[in-house]
Design a protein around this ligand. Structure first.
Ligand code: 2P0
Length: 329
């Protein structure tokens, strides 16, 4: 009753921002992401009579209960599988956690897959995505590789709110995302808290929602056509619209720091010079720069020279979550 899974993080090109239900987690709008080879989490789960309770260790530290209910998510798997044992969970990520780099997406995706396998629960990829979504919304997208859409769904039970592959990673191998790190510490406002506050208090939230279906449609076309400019421009504007709702929330949530703005302006400057680069940002100050393989060298060099940039992580379209044979304990 032991299994290990790896899952890549995913970065949204059309963002999930706001819930229509928190139990089960259901989004206000659909979203589209790229699964990122380059930012991964590996998780081993073992169920055994010898464990008196669930224990979770993330990057060598014991996980303390917070708003992301990892223990409750393990219980969900146990209930579905009809098992009574407790779990030992050990998880490691190769990138900073809780800094707006989608660590909960890769984390919950790897955890759910490993826990199901260890518990002997056989689920289809769609069922796995629905179960993963109940732990953390964006994680349901990391079940799949390449470019992925998470459908909003209409039903209250969430049975039609699942992720699905648009195209696999091999469809667009030249696509790149450079995660540009300006801060690695835990963010002051969590995504979960931030999106709840936005839905409750942002006067423009309904205007954001009114534009998302259009973005989803154009983004899907752009990916299918491998039209980089179209993907980049829709992603950039979608991220700015999402941040506009955050900024106009009470109290205002401003994730950007001066280095964030430095990168935004540098990307715009590069475009003026004819280098195809676009930015997207999530619930944190770090910026993800979208580009193509041929421009990575030049863009990375320019980003590294900017004040406040500590590190860059190069990502390309990656695989969905998978079971591996080497355990962490
Ligand atoms: C996204 N983010 O689409 C958006 C963009 C952050 C900004 O999904 O409460 O950790 O666990 O469902 O998935 C981060 O939110 O939130 C997120 P929960 P989650 O990637």
């Amino acid at each position: 009753m032991k299994a290990t899974a790896t899952a890549n993080a995913n970065i949204a090109l059309v963002k999930y921002w706001g819930k229509r239900s928190s139990d089960p987690i259901l989004p206000q709008n659909g979203s589209i992401s790229m699964t990122c080879e380059g930012m991964a989490t590996k998780t081993t789960v073992e169920f055994s009579e010898q464990y008196a309770e669930h224990t979770v260790t993330i990057n060598d530290e014991e996980f303390k209960k917070d708003e992301k209910d990892i223990h409750g998510h393990i219980d969900r798997v146990c209930k579905l599988a009809g098992i009574k044992q407790h779990a030992r969970v050990v998880s490691e990520s190769n990138f900073p956690v809780a800094a707006g780099l989608a660590s909960s997406a890769s984390g919950f995706s790897a955890l759910t897959m490993a826990a199901c396998q260890a518990a002997g629960l056989k689920l289809s990829p769609r069922e796995l995505s629905i179960l993963t979504r109940q732990g953390s919304g964006s994680a349901c997208r990391s079940v799949f590789g390449g470019f992925v859409e998470w459908h909003r769904g209409q039903r209250d039970d969430g049975s039609d709110s699942y992720a699905e592959e648009i195209v696999g990673k091999e469809y667009w191998p030249e696509f790149r995302m450079i995660a540009t790190i300006v801060e690695s510490k835990k963010k002051p406002v969590s995504s979960r808290g931030g999106m709840a506050q936005t839905v409750a208090t942002c006067p423009y939230y309904k205007d954001w929602l009114a534009t998302v279906d259009g973005d989803l449609k154009v983004m899907k076309e752009a990916i299918e056509e491998r039209d980089f400019e179209k993907v980049g421009s829709v992603a950039e504007f979608n991220a700015l619209k999402m941040h506009a709702t955050m900024i106009t929330t009470k109290p205002s949530i401003i994730y950007w720091i001066p280095a964030t703005m430095e990168i935004i302006h540098a990307v715009r400057q590069m475009r003026e010079e004819g280098i195809q680069a676009y930015f997207t940002m999530d619930a944190g100050p770090n910026v993800k720069v979208l580009c193509q393989e041929q421009d990575v060298k030049e863009i990375s060099m320019r980003l590294a020279e900017l004040e406040g940039v500590t590190n860059t992580i190069l990502c390309k379209p990656g695989d969905g979550a998978k079971i591996v044979t080497e355990h962490l304990f």
